[in-house]
Write a protein that binds this ligand. Structure first.
Ligand SMILES: NC(=O)c1ccc[n+]([C@@H]2O[C@H](COP(=O)([O-])OP(=O)(O)OC[C@H]3O[C@@H](n4cnc5c(N)ncnc54)[C@H](O)[C@@H]3O)[C@@H](O)[C@H]2O)c1
Length: 94
């Protein structure tokens, strides 16, 4: 299984990534680090089946390019879309 996770540096994303790796999956994910932290991914760095890229999902051109390249290297079989602004009091970004 090859899992793709958006918002992978966030609270749920990093824990899901760790669990999926533990289950034997290949895990790749994008995050722009606006609210998540690269520190959340430090325990996963260097894992042979883990790949992270800093990508802004709202930039559809670079997001599409990065996703196509990722899929060409390791065809994605499962997608978890977790990227979102979790800053509820702050509301949506302009
Ligand atoms: N944590 C909860 O209790 C809870 C409850 C209900 C729903 N959710 C939903 O689950 C998802 C994940 O929640 P979480 O608690 O892990 O939030 P989080 O803020 O910890 O993680 C979200 C991640 O998305 C990334 N992100 C946001 N906008 C992005 C963009 N434009 N491009 C790339 N990355 C972007 C952030 O940097 C962050 O790392 C969210 O959609 C949230 O609304 C969470």
């Amino acid at each position: 299984m090859s899992v793709f996770i958006t918002g992978i540096a966030g609270f749920i994303g990093c824990n899901l990534a760790r669990a999926m790796l533990g289950n034997g999956a290949t895990v790749a994910g994008f995050d722009n680090l606006c609210r998540g932290s690269i520190r959340n991914l430090e325990p996963l760095e260097g894992h042979a089946r883990f790949h992270f890229e800093k990508v802004e999902l709202a930039d559809l051109e670079s997001y599409g390019r990065a996703l196509r390249a990722l899929h060409a290297r390791s065809p994605i079989t499962e997608i978890w879309h977790l990227a979102a602004s979790s800053d509820i009091p702050g509301g949506p970004r302009p």
